[in-house]
Design a binder for this molecule. Structure first.
Ligand code: KG4
Ligand code: ZN
Length: 350
């Protein structure tokens, strides 16, 4: 096995995307994703049982597609990596079972990895080796956290996280209120472009002096979501039209303002000069521009993977797997469990 440039196949099934990626070292060879998002749209959120069944159906064709795109045969790979948590229990199980079957039948080592760490590691496929330490802001439909990444394969410390809704969840719920389709983030992003971000002064969660004492690096978006709901209801009651673009822009500004403010505060507190933003919400155009604008004034560099690598995919799992193999960590055992609440401090499951 080439330890420097391992060929790794990564499998991701923690939510509604069946992702299979192939990397050699930090070179992306294939990133096949089958999403069940359309099947969840009418429920306004991901339905776990529907996601698990969709993973089962998509797994073999997605593995085949990834190998074909990468121009490899399964027996060429040096290792199999899989998201073992956190995520939806039934969905994770499908990926873990598939990875175990492949690893056992091919006689290859198996690495059960942390989904959040994989969201960080993926950036290496686009921008090269990670600056370590770096500060990571992970924002998606299922998670919102600030992490100190000392070594992406073994030393990640959580500095703060959401105490209620995840950032993407807030985007999805507000979009629903505004009659926009699920998942709502991209629709709010688009609507906001023709609205005013200062039209409505929505609350910035956990930013008061008192809240900062206990929750300096934590987030809260449920108060903001309720404030938007009340504002829209009041408009509807008075018979006036709801200015969708203004609500979208003002809501988006409130979320991005808090995310960027707290991320930069955390970077300053930790003495870190590199901020990495990942997860589905990192695709948001305002989040990207606001982070760049404020960080450059502080001399902090910002790295954001391209949108396709920000949302859940198998390449991120393969990227983390490849770093783990290169750094010589021992593989997981073949009876690796799926752990829906795997803490971010466990980058590699035993
Ligand atoms: O990382 P991801 O694909 O899956 C989870 O792990 O949850 O993130 C999906 C989330 C959804 O909530 C979606 O609305 C949000 O990312 N999202 C966005 C944008 N694109 C996707 N939120 C804001 N602006 C966007 N452009
Ligand atoms: Zn994710």
């Amino acid at each position: 096995m080439t330890v420097d440039e391992p060929l790794v196949l990564g499998i991701e099934t923690s939510c509604d995307e069946t992702g299979v990626g192939v990397v050699r070292g930090h070179t992306l060879l294939a990133d096949a994703v089958a999403s069940s998002v359309d099947e969840h749209a009418r429920f306004g959120g991901v339905v776990p049982e529907v996601a698990s069944r969709a993973h089962l159906e998509a797994m073999v064709p997605t593995v085949e597609r990834a190998c074909e795109t990468a121009g490899i045969a399964l027996h060429d790979v040096d290792a199999i990596a899989v998201t073992s948590g956190p995520g939806l229990a039934g969905a994770l199980l499908v990926g873990v079972a598939a990875a175990k079957s492949l690893a056992l039948s091919l006689g290859k080592p198996l690495y059960g990895v942390n989904h959040l760490a994989a969201h960080v590691a993926v950036d290496q496929l686009e921008h090269g080796p990670l600056p370590e330490p770096c500060l990571a802001l992970l924002v998606s439909g299922g998670h919102s956290s600030l992490l100190r990444v000392t070594d992406v394969t073994s030393a990640i410390d959580p500095l703060g996280s959401t105490i209620d809704d995840a950032a993407g969840e807030a985007f999805d719920k507000v979009a629903r209120l505004l009659g926009l389709p699920f998942p709502g983030g991209p629709h709010i992003d688009r609507e906001a472009r023709s609205g005013s971000s200062v039209a409505i002064d929505f609350p910035r969660g956990l930013t008061s002096r008192r809240d900062l004492e206990r929750h300096r690096f934590d987030f809260s978006f449920s108060g903001l979501k309720t404030a938007v709901a009340r504002w829209v209801e009041a408009r509807e009651r008075s018979g006036e039209p709801v200015p969708v673009a203004d609500v979208a822009a003002s809501f988006q500004e409130a979320v991005c303002d808090v995310l960027v403010r707290k991320a930069l505060d955390a970077a300053a507190a930790e003495g870190i000069e590199d901020l990495l933003i990942g997860g589905g919400v990192a695709a948001n155009s305002r989040l990207r521009s606001l982070a760049e604008e404020r960080a450059s004034k502080l001399g902090i560099r910002v790295r954001v993977p391209r949108p396709g690598l920000c949302t859940d995919n198998g390449a991120m799992v393969a990227a983390l797997g490849s770093s783990i193999v290169s750094r010589g960590h021992a593989p997981s055992s073949y009876d690796l469990p799926a752990d829906s609440s795997l803490p971010v401090t466990s980058v590699l499951a035993d």
